[in-house]
Ligand binder design. Structure first.
Ligand code: HEC
Length: 104
């Protein structure tokens, strides 16, 4: 009996730790964190935030995506500090391909 209580508590703790407690911005559907304002000004003007993060990767990946946007899709020049915040934000919060749905 006692043992099962401990197992239950342990399981609850593990599940809780795994729960994603990050706050989600209602407008973009993206995680609230430093850099989101820059994303709103420079990225979600053209496409929904969740569309950007269907794929994910490290800083190199995100720098590359930004350069693709600039070369082919009409994204303007970004000041270095703005670009750094965007790359930091995306690589910190969207480092992996994940199961995001773009219509939520
Ligand atoms: C001037 C408009 C415009 C801006 C600004 C813009 N994009 Fe895009 N983006 C596009 C278009 C157009 C597509 C292609 C959509 C399609 O393939 O249907 C796209 C596609 C994407 C994709 C998916 C395609 C791929 O190659 O993976 C990502 C990721 C992306 N944009 C990231 C960004 C980020 C990050 C920013 C801000 C730094 C940004 N975009 C700003 C127009 C823009």
């Amino acid at each position: 009996m006692k043992k099962s209580i401990w197992i239950t508590l342990l399981l609850a703790a593990v599940l809780h730790a795994e729960g994603d407690t990050r706050q989600i911005d209602r407008v973009t559907g993206l995680v609230v964190d430093k850099g989101l304002e820059d994303i709103k000004e420079n990225c979600t003007v053209c496409h929904p935030g969740r569309f950007i993060v269907v794929n994910g990767g490290d800083r190199k990946f995100w720098r590359y995506k930004i350069s693709v946007m600039q070369r082919g899709f009409g994204l303007w020049d970004l000041p270095e500090d703005t670009k750094a915040r965007i790359v930091d934000y995306l690589s910190r919060n969207y480092a992996q391909k994940r199961n995001v749905s773009i219509d939520r």
